[in-house]
Design a protein around this ligand. Structure first.
Ligand code: SPD
Length: 279
């Protein structure tokens, strides 16, 4: 069979991979959802033809969006994931013994169902008794839950369609208000190569709300450009001063204390995004 999946990563650039089998495809009320079997990346979840996660490289993204923040906060007990219906962030969060309750708020219940069925390696923790799964709009959830979470993870799709509102200042203010007095959040914030207008806007907005704002990097081969940014806004704790000496064994394949520190070392072309007056 010579069938290919292609994601137009920009109007002028695409990533393609050969599809061995389409395992699932449907139009949900929110988006087109597909799970493909590929040789290159293993099983792959795509939403509106954009790669969300693959068995081959999901660990990088899910470890970095969770452990950097969880190891910055000295005692994260209640953690919220907005989006992230595949369950990868939840799986990583539950590795932290301090976590009593991990809440997943995903707008599209079909993403959760598809992940449970076709991506068990990623969704495996969704049935854990410490997990509460809520099918709802994350924007609404943070508005309605003040002073509730020690950490919030914004594990969203790209800033178009259902996720657009998850990149705006009003949402970051609601995230701030949904956090406890010393809480912090981490959001996936796209490519430093291809989102050079968006990232400075995010940084400015987060800086205008949170005393500590930091950008960090990880390498996710299936995302545009490979190099990916995450932004942390924190009320109190600085990830650069985190005590990483006595961590529990997280059984990670990408994250380590040294990678935690190194992720904040930014090349000049990324550092520029933090200085920009854009937006
Ligand atoms: N360009 C795709 C970015 C997708 C980021 N979110 C992925 C969700 C995985 N849990």
């Amino acid at each position: 069979m010579n069938c290919w999946f292609t994601e137009m990563q920009t109007p002028d650039m695409a990533i393609s991979c050969r599809v061995k089998k389409t395992l699932h495809e449907e139009k949900t009320p929110f988006q087109h959802l597909a799970v493909y079997e590929t040789d290159q990346f293993g099983r792959m979840l795509a939403l509106d033809d954009v790669i969300q996660t693959t068995i081959m490289d999901e660990f990088v993204y899910h470890e970095m969006i969770t452990h950097v923040g969880l190891n910055t906060h000295p005692n994260p007990r209640r953690v919220l994931v907005i989006g992230g219906g595949d369950g990868g962030s939840i799986r990583e969060i539950l590795k932290h013994p301090s976590v009593e309750l991990a809440t997943l708020v995903e707008i599209d219940e079909r993403v959760i169902a598809a992940a449970r069925e076709y991506l068990p390696e990623i969704s495996c923790a969704l049935g854990d008794p410490r997990v509460r799964v809520i099918v709802d709009d994350g924007i609404k959830h943070v508005k309605e839950n003040r002073d509730t979470y020690d950490m919030i993870i914004v594990d969203s799709t790209d800033p178009v369609g259902p996720a657009e509102g998850l990149f705006g200042r009003a949402f970051y203010q609601d995230v701030h208000d949904a956090l406890t007095g010393d809480g912090l959040f981490v959001a996936q914030t796209e490519s430093p190569f291809f989102n050079r207008d968006l990232i400075p806007r995010i940084i400015q907005n987060v800086r205008s709300i949170f005393p500590v704002t930091r950008l960090f990097l990880a390498c996710v081969p299936t995302y545009p450009g490979g190099l990916w940014t995450f932004t942390m806004g924190s009320k109190k704790y600085d990830p650069l001063e985190a005590n990483l000496e006595q961590l529990p064994d997280l059984k990670t394949r990408y994250y380590t204390p040294a990678v935690h520190r190194a992720a904040f070392v930014l090349p000049p072309f990324v550092e520029e995004l933090l200085q920009s007056e854009e937006g």
